[in-house]
Design a protein around this ligand. Structure first.
Ligand code: HEM
Length: 140
């Protein structure tokens, strides 16, 4: 995984502002309509929180001592939101689809590999902290 490549790609994607989060949630609720009910009806605040968290995570992707406790807290907070292990791959698929969409012609296999590996790590640390099993690959 190349942290510089991830950061550059996230900067490119993030330049599209709230459109990114809107696209992500639209894709997520199309993949699994049951997830809509977990979120508040007005999504604007959630969209901002998601983008802020993602940009914090990407900024710390090469700083494990800072990143891990942040992800553990985030994962534990998700316990209260009705999230189960099986939701993590769905969210990962929507995240990848969103990044690919906004990367346009810049998207390639290396980025896909890097983002997949990064998301799996993030999801694993969050799920372990939440007591949802051993993370990547687990199903609920
Ligand atoms: C990379 C992984 C994820 C990130 C960065 C992320 C980020 C966030 C953030 C920042 C919040 C705001 C609340 C807080 O900070 O505690 C939040 C809330 C929430 N997330 Fe996630 N999340 C992730 C994975 C997931 C997954 C897999 C699901 C499953 C559907 C999910 C569903 C929710 C729900 C339902 C809320 C609460 C909405 C509300 O009631 O306000 N998240 N998430």
């Amino acid at each position: 995984m190349d942290p510089v490549r991830l950061k550059q790609n996230f900067a490119l994607v993030g330049a599209n502002g709230m459109d990114v989060a809107e696209y992500f949630y639209a894709d997520l609720f199309e993949r699994d309509p049951a997830l809509r009910g977990l979120f508040p009806s007005a999504l604007a605040k959630q969209q901002e929180k998601l983008l802020a968290a993602l940009s914090h995570i990407v900024g710390l992707v090469d700083d494990t001592p800072e990143l891990v406790p942040f992800l553990q807290d985030l994962g534990r907070r998700h316990n209260g939101f009705g999230v189960v292990a099986g939701n993590y791959p769905t969210v990962g698929a929507s995240l990848l689809a969103t990044l690919a969409h906004f990367s346009g012609p810049e998207w390639n296999e290396e980025l896909e590999r890097d983002w997949t590996a990064a998301y799996q790590l993030v999801a694993q640390v969050m799920q372990e902290a939440a007591g949802l099993g051993n993370g990547a690959g687990s199903r609920a």
